[in-house]
Design a protein around this ligand. Structure first.
Ligand code: MEV
Length: 425
C-alpha cells in the first residue's frame, strides 16, 4: 500500500486503483464492486423467486491481515460502522505478533435421517450397523463427482433420541466430506437416496432428511498472540489492556447474557466475509450458536489468556460451513471477485480467513469495551452516516461529521442546520 495516503483516507476510485495494483483482479472483476458491475437484477431473477431487484450492502476491505504467513485483503459486506475499521486495526496489532495462525479441519458435514415407528430399536440399530457397507455404497452413488474428488460419504452413526414428545426414536447420521462445497445440496440429495433403504432395513418410517447446521465436524480454528506492549494506548499500559480484555472475556465465559453479545461481535466479522463470499450466513450463524451451547451452557466461542511471556493470546474455534463452489459463490459476480481477491483456493482457505476475522473482531470489541467504551469510535462513524442522511455532498461529509462530533450533538436537525449555515457563508 502507498504510504502517503492511508487506504481509509482514499476515495472510492483511489481504493479501487490500489486493488488494481496489488491484486490480480481484471477490470471486469473490479467492476463487480460497483453498483453497475455487481449482481444484475436479471442474474438475481435466476437465483430466487419473485425478484423485483437487488439489495445493496457496503463492501469494505479489511487491511493488515496476515493469516498463516500470507497477507490477505479481506472484503467484508456489512452495514454497521466500525466493523471494518476495528478488524483492520486489530489485524495490525496481531501482525506485530506474527499474524494469525488458522486451521480448518475436515470438510465434513452431518446429514440427519429421522427414523420413526421402529418397533424394536436395538434390533434395528444392529441391522443398520450390519448394513453399513450397503448404505455407504448407495450413498456414494448420489454424487459420483464428489467421490471422484476424494469426498463423499465417510461414516455413519446411529443415535437414539430418548424422552422426546414422540417417545424414543432413531436418528441416522451420515457423515459426508463435501470438499469445497457448502454441502447442503450434496448432503440432502444423499439422504434422500438412502432413505428407502433405511426404511427397509429398520421397518420404520423416515420423516426428515436434512443436513445439520451444527457442523461440529467442520470446525475452523484461529489463534493469535499480541505482544503486550502493542496493546498500550493513551493512559492504558499494555498489561492493563491485556488484563481488562481477559476480564471482559471471563464475563462472557460465565454468563449467557453477555456471551450472546460477545459472540455477536465475533459474528460481525464472520458474517461480513461469509456474505461477501456469497455463502449462507444463516447456516454459519446457526452452527456458531449451537456450538456455543454444546456443553448445555451457552458460552463464549473464543478464549483469551496470558501466555508464558505475558503476551495476550486469543483463540476462536467454531463450525465453518462455507464453500467456494456452487450456489451464490459461483453465480454472484462480486462473490467470485471476492474469492479471487482473497486468493482462496479451497473452502478450507476461506474458513481460515473467516475465523481469523471473527477473532480480530472479538479483540476489537473487547479492547474498546474494556477501556474507553465503544461509543467514541462508533459516534465518529455514526456522524458520517448522519451527515450523509442530512444531504451533505460527498466533499462535505467528513467536515460535517467532525463538526457534529466536536459539538457532541450528532443529530439530523443539527446536521441540516450546519449545512444551511455553510451554504449561507
Ligand atoms: C456490536 O455490534 C458488537 C459488540 O456489542 C460486541 C461485544 O459486546 O463484544 C460491541
Amino acid at each position: 500500500m502507498p504510504d502517503k495516503k492511508k487506504f481509509y483516507q482514499m476515495d472510492l476510485n483511489e481504493r479501487l486503483q490500489v486493488l488494481r495494483e496489488v491484486s490480480t483482479l481484471n477490470e471486469e472483476e473490479l467492476a463487480t464492486f460497483n453498483q453497475q458491475g455487481g449482481l444484475s437484477a436479471e442474474q438475481a431473477d435466476l437465483m430466487i423467486e419473485n425478484v423485483v431487484g437487488v439489495y445493496g450492502l457496503p463492501l469494505g476491505i479489511a487491511q493488515h491481515f496476515v493469516i498463516n504467513g500470507r497477507a490477505v485483503l479481506v472484503p467484508m459486506a456489512v452495514e454497521e460502522p466500525s466493523v471494518v475499521a476495528a478488524a483492520s486495526y486489530m489485524a495490525k496489532l496481531v501482525q506485530a505478533g506474527g499474524g494469525f495462525t488458522a486451521k480448518a479441519k475436515a470438510q465434513e458435514m452431518i446429514g440427519q435421517l429421522q427414523v420413526l415407528n421402529v418397533k424394536d430399536i436395538p434390533a434395528a440399530q444392529k441391522a443398520l450397523l450390519s448394513a453399513k457397507e450397503e448404505i455407504m455404497v448407495l450413498a456414494a452413488e448420489a454424487d459420483p463427482m464428489l467421490v471422484s474428488l476424494g469426498g463423499g460419504p465417510k461414516d455413519m452413526e446411529i443415535r437414539i433420541i430418548k424422552d422426546s414428545l414422540l417417545g424414543s426414536f432413531m436418528v441416522l447420521h451420515l457423515i459426508i466430506d463435501v470438499r469445497d462445497a457448502m454441502g447442503a445440496n450434496a448432503v440432502n440429495t444423499t439422504l434422500e437416496r438412502v432413505s428407502p433403504l433405511v426404511e427397509h432395513i429398520t421397518g420404520g418410517r423416515v420423516l426428515l432428511r436434512i443436513i445439520s447446521n451444527l457442523a461440529d465436524r467442520r470446525l475452523a480454528k484461529a489463534a493469535c498472540t499480541i505482544p503486550v506492549e502493542t496493546l498500550a494506548f493513551e493512559q492504558y499500559s499494555g498489561e492493563d489492556v491485556r488484563d481488562r480484555i481477559i476480564e471482559a472475556w471471563a464475563f462472557a465465559a460465565a454468563d449467557p447474557y453477555r456471551a450472546a453479545t460477545h459472540n455477536k461481535g465475533i459474528m460481525n466479522g464472520v458474517d461480513a466475509v461469509v456474505i461477501a463470499s456469497g455463502n449462507d450466513w444463516r447456516a454459519v450463524e446457526a452452527g456458531a450458536h449451537a456450538y456455543a451451547a454444546r456443553s448445555g451452557h451457552y458460552t463464549s466461542l473464543s478464549t483469551w489468556s496470558v501466555d508464558e511471556k505475558g503476551n495476550l493470546h486469543g483463540e476462536l474455534e467454531m463450525p465453518m460451513a462455507v464453500g467456494i463452489v456452487g450456489g451464490a459463490t459461483r453465480v454472484h459476480p462480486t462473490a467470485r471477485a471476492v474469492l479471487k481477491l482473497m486468493g482462496v483456493q479451497k473452502a478450507s482457505d476461506l474458513a481460515e480467513i473467516i475465523v481469523s476475522v471473527g477473532l480480530a473482531q472479538n479483540l476489537g470489541a473487547l479492547r474498546a469495551l474494556a477501556t474507553e467504551g465503544i461509543q467514541r469510535g462508533h459516534m465518529a462513524l455514526h456522524a458520517r452516516q448522519v451527515a450523509v442522511a442530512a444531504g451533505a455532498p460527498p466533499e462535505k461529509v467528513a467536515a460535517l461529521a467532525e463538526q457534529l462530533v466536536k459539538e457532541g450533538n450528532i443529530r439530523m436537525e443539527r446536521a441540516i442546520a450546519i449545512l444551511n449555515e455553510w451554504s449561507e457563508q
